[in-house]
Design a protein around this ligand. Sequence first.
Ligand code: GDP
Ligand code: MG
Length: 293
Amino acid sequence: MTRAGIVTVVGKPNAGKSTLLNRIVGEKLAIVSDKPQSTRDRVVGIRTTDDTQMVVLDTPGLLNPRYELHRAMRTTALRALADADVIVYLADATERVPPPLEEAADLTAPPRAPVISVLNKVDALRSVERDELRALLPEARFISALNGDGVDELLAELSLVLPEGPFLYPEDEISTASVRFFVGELVRETALEQLDQEVPYSLACVVEEFREGRTPVYIRTVLYVERESQKRILIGSGGQRIRDIGRAARAKVEQLVGEPVYLDLWVKVLPNWRKSDSALRRFGYRLHDDPSS
Ligand code: GDP
Ligand code: MG
């Protein structure tokens, strides 16, 4: 008998969602960054072991108190919660006791699926702090997504909650999201690593062309920003910054694609794209009341 279902990971920016997701799926699928908010769409990773398949969803931005989430992003994240068979509510243990999920996500009703509270980054706690937290939160699981402590136990527990049934995806498929999407996220991640706090929310990346079957693989990507001033920041004086971004991004993309890549990188201004439904759709967001999503 096999088990299969959806595990949705929710947590504040920097809680370690992407790190955990990468560990669960075993591939660099979600984007890890110490800058908040670098994964914007829900990322689907799939972990298939002998008799269990977990489809893992991310909910970027849902618990970000400093940022009023565009309704399209919130819709995407709430959908990931509603689709879940089990929800992992991940919090940073170094920030002490997290609020309940309903409060943190401003939900009108508790989620249908069971919620497992998980405190991450226990490697960064002193043992007395760990003991205090355990006493305060006896129900919580303690893990380090970074070094793997507690993750196998968590996965075993999640497996048991998943419904019995056939696998949802073929065994060798690691993700339903396309390589194109991840290439865009890698380029965006690389750009974020080199920018200050000013630009991140305004930055989107789209892969406009992906020509395989030749060496190097030709990939044209466009980084979209909202203002000319942001474009100038991204390009840097004499084009130095965009060249650095391109070089670093190409190395990551080659790892993902497994072949030499020619990365053709452009920067364009699309004013107020975060308020434009057509732009959001183009960048992969689900929109509220969108019958096609
Ligand atoms: P997300 O915003 O929730 O997706 O968080 P990320 O996975 O991008 O992680 C944010 C930061 O926390 C990164 O610098 C990670 O390396 C770090 N981090 C994640 N998990 C752990 C952990 O278990 N221990 C420690 N010490 N750092 C972690
Ligand atoms: Mg993330």
